[in-house]
Write a protein that binds this ligand. Sequence first.
Ligand code: 6GU
Length: 263
Amino acid sequence: MRLDIISIFPEYFAPLDVSLIGKARERGTLDVRVHQLRDWAHDVHKTVDDTPYGGGPGMVMKPEVWGEAIDTVIGAPGEAPPPRMIVPTPSGRPFTQELAQELAGEPWLLFACGRYEGIDSRVMAEYSARLRVDEVSIGDYVLAGGEVAVLVMVEAVGRLLPGVLGNAQSAVDDSFAPGSMRNLVEGPVYTKPPVWRGHEVPAVLLSGHHGNVARWRRDEAIRRTVRNRPELAAALDPETLDKHDRKLLEELSFRLQPEDMAN
Ligand code: 6GU
């Protein structure tokens, strides 16, 4: 997969040299190219922003600089199939595991990082006619710029590429099988020693009884989902819950949505 990133802060992307993503780049699974937007500015000050039409605080990124940068990176029309373009912004569509999976299937992604007041909207209009453009948010909080959001997205997408992680677990995550752990958060995990500062590892995990271990893990996942993510618990599909699950939810005094109200 090829990834192009355009930003006024290329230094933000140094972490892409390390760990899983760094290894994937060394192996050639990932071809990451980071570009300095100011290289396409023409004035001596390398200006990339200006005051917003209609007034208001902050600055807006100028369309001409972005246009030249994107034209250069994507190349002449018809040369190669163009990239999918991602514009990080707190006003975008939510970045989810589902979107990460979709992006992991693309051969080429272009990330256009703006400061949070944003890029002149005509840039997105212009390229929407030529390539798929998505404005994407990584959560309901405001970052100073899109760079950290792009790091998040690149890591989430990169770990899904064939050979970047062990792929055994992603197959499990993708399963729609009833009784799978989809739509539940993970429960707690433990390793040796069996007692640490008086805290014991739950006995079931030392029992060697795989059925009981699986059941315990699912119970803990349900408890944690109810406690930390009640909106996920509320959206659980009753079809994926067995009698034991329902009883546990009742003990937690959690009301399942009637079937026609789920989602
Ligand atoms: Cl993608 N960008 C910025 N600047 N802030 C954000 C965001 C993105 N997602 C959440 N907050």
